[in-house]
Design a binder for this molecule. Structure first.
Ligand SMILES: [Zn+2]
Ligand SMILES: [Zn+2]
Length: 329
């Protein structure tokens, strides 16, 4: 079994263009049971200390972050203490700017809403950087909840991320609530970070000196590509030999998801493989699926749907598996 940590990694306040004060955002986050929240105001870190102060004593951990709003795309940097001037950013060689962001202390760099047109039309929302080395990105926001469809480009982002993973790039997938004001629609994806059950999580019962803060575990999960997006079910995949096992956990309670809801739904699994094959199956057991994987497969990605394979019925995505080199020999 795994422990899943709920994280909302993209949020704004009136320190940039949001309408909520930092305190109002933290109140909302705590009421919504975010476990970890990144504060990512546009081009400023002025809210960091306020956020950390407001969250202390609550069941919420803060990752200090920033959304670097450039003319060629929006980058999210986590665990960073300052803005990094982007006037020298060359969209044909963004790796140089990414390096500067890491030098400024960023532990993780992600690309926000790569295909979002922006509302009404905002230059720079849609990514136009050419990543010759996509692995320089630690994560991609495959679902942005800020802009409504069709402006969001979310399905395009999911497809693009899946193609990169199937080419062998190790990049995590996350969603972004991109909160600027209190949301009108709360029926949106959230991000879960999977951590092994052997790790004691700070804030859980039975904690001791060995316990690790949840914010650390979320960043670690992004580094290890152990994140996914979901509207309730939580997935963990294990690929050994010719078998891929996908375990489903229905106890999150997110958006009212439950064991009962899972049993009343027809859960549909989709596994895309780097061979071009796409395997689809109706789950007879809502808790476990076993898929036989051919010997020529090295990378795969998993989606879960409810009742039909339509975009609007997507329940979870972003789970990836790679054949490790040792297992090949
Ligand atoms: Zn943005
Ligand atoms: Zn944003």
């Amino acid at each position: 079994m795994s422990r899943f940590i709920r994280a909302e990694l993209h949020n704004h306040t009136n320190e940039s263009d949001g309408s909520l004060s930092v305190k109002e955002l933290i109140d909302y986050a705590a009421a919504q049971n975010f476990e970890v929240m990144a504060l990512t105001d546009h081009n400023t870190v002025s809210g960091h200390l306020k956020a950390i102060r407001e969250a202390s004593g609550r069941n919420l951990e803060i990752i200090p972050g920033i959304e670097l709003t450039t003319m060629f795309g929006h980058l999210l940097a986590l665990n960073i203490g300052r803005w990094v001037d982007d006037t020298m950013l060359d969209p044909e060689r963004p790796e140089l700017y990414l390096r500067a962001v890491r030098h400024a202390g960023a532990r993780l760099i992600g690309l926000a809403h790569p295909f979002c047109i922006g509302e009404p039309i905002m230059v720079g929302c849609r990514n136009s950087m050419h990543f010759r080395y996509p692995e320089e990105l630690d994560y991609i926001e495959i679902y942005n909840c800020g802009a409504g469809d069709p402006l969001s480009g979310n399905m395009q982002a999911l497809e693009w991320w899946e193609e990169l993973v199937l080419q062998g790039y190790r990049i995590a997938a996350v969603s972004g609530i991109d909160l600027h004001t209190l949301p009108r629609n709360e029926n949106v994806f959230t991000t879960y970070a999977e951590t092994p059950d052997s790790i004691q999580v700070l804030g859980d019962e039975g904690k001791d000196a060995e316990s690790v803060p949840r914010a650390e575990l979320v960043m670690d999960a992004i580094m290890k590509q152990k994140t996914f997006i979901s509207k309730g079910p939580r997935l963990s995949a294990e690929w050994k030999g010719e078998w891929l096992k996908v375990r489903l956990d229905h106890s999150s309670g997110y958006l009212g998801w439950s064991e009962e809801k899972a049993r009343k739904s027809q859960l549909l699994l989709q596994v895309r493989q780097d061979t071009g094959r796409e395997w689809r199956e109706k789950l007879t057991n809502p808790d476990l699926a076993a898929v036989r994987i051919g010997p020529d497969v090295s990378h795969l990605v998993i989606r879960l749907y409810q009742d039909t394979y339509e975009d609007s019925h997507l329940l979870a995505a972003g789970v990836q598996c790679h054949l490790d080199e040792e297992a090949k020999q």
